[in-house]
Design a protein around this ligand. Structure first.
Ligand SMILES: N[C@@H](CCC(=O)N[C@@H](CS)C(=O)NCC(=O)O)C(=O)O
Length: 209
């Protein structure tokens, strides 16, 4: 049985969504963020030394890092529904997106989050952070173009990986100038599997009610 160690309101929501898209059975062990610090509770440190979510557990195996968990699930359980064939050019594009989500797109968002606590002291950093935010999200918008999903007409696990940075950027109207990305958020959030995953995961403030 797959167990997902899931923190509310977090990146690990993607793993629940992926499992729902594949129709797999799984158990969710829920952890709640500290109301004041928003950090994970110490109980997650008993699951993995980083104390972060998601962590997938199956038999004696534990995996952390969302992209690695997605690759594990796809390799083991997907029969071609959510990933292109290996050794194809589409698979290379797919792999780029899988890594890009956490490796590149999240960085300007995290920098903004952390520097926002510095008040005026953050001012010298803001042009660079703004520039990188525009750089990455314009790239995402251009890449999606008129397509429904990043690889074309059909959902892939790359969309599931990209959902978190795009949903996070969409908060408080952040994607007003990139309407195709805002539409992407509506499109994924309307999927039945996405909604089922929300029921399993609990509070997720990136969902547009
Ligand atoms: N790149 C990692 C990031 C993991 C991560 O930072 N998870 C956040 C959830 S959004 C977390 O557990 N934060 C709680 C904390 O740092 O205390 C991944 O995608 O798995």
């Amino acid at each position: 049985m797959i167990i997902i160690h899931h923190l509310n309101d977090s990146r690990s929501q993607r793993i629940l969504w992926l499992l729902e898209e594949l129709g797999l059975e799984y158990k969710v062990n829920r952890y709640e963020r500290d109301a004041e610090t928003r950090l994970a509770p110490p109980a997650l440190l008993e699951v993995h030394p980083l104390g972060k979510s998601p962590v997938l557990e199956e038999d004696s195996l534990k995996i952390h890092e969302t992209g690695a968990i997605v690759e594990y699930i796809i390799d083991k359980y997907d029969d071609g529904k959510l990933a292109p064939k290996r050794d194809s050019i589409e698979h290379i594009r797919y792999t780029e997106w899988i890594h890009y989500a956490e490796g590149s797109a999240m960085l300007p968002l995290l920098l903004r989050l952390y520097t926002s606590r510095l008040g005026d002291a953050a001012a010298p950093l803001m042009p660079r952070i703004d520039g990188e935010t525009i750089n990455h999200f314009s790239y995402l918008s251009k890449s999606l173009g008129e397509n429904d999903y990043f690889l074309g007409d059909e959902l892939s696990a790359a969309d599931i990986m990209l959902s978190f940075p795009i949903e996070a950027a969409n908060m408080r109207g952040g994607l007003a100038k990139l309407p195709n990305l805002a539409e992407f958020v509506k499109r994924i959030q309307a999927r039945p599997a996405y909604k089922k995953a929300l029921e399993r995961g609990g509070e997720y403030s990136f969902f547009i009610k």
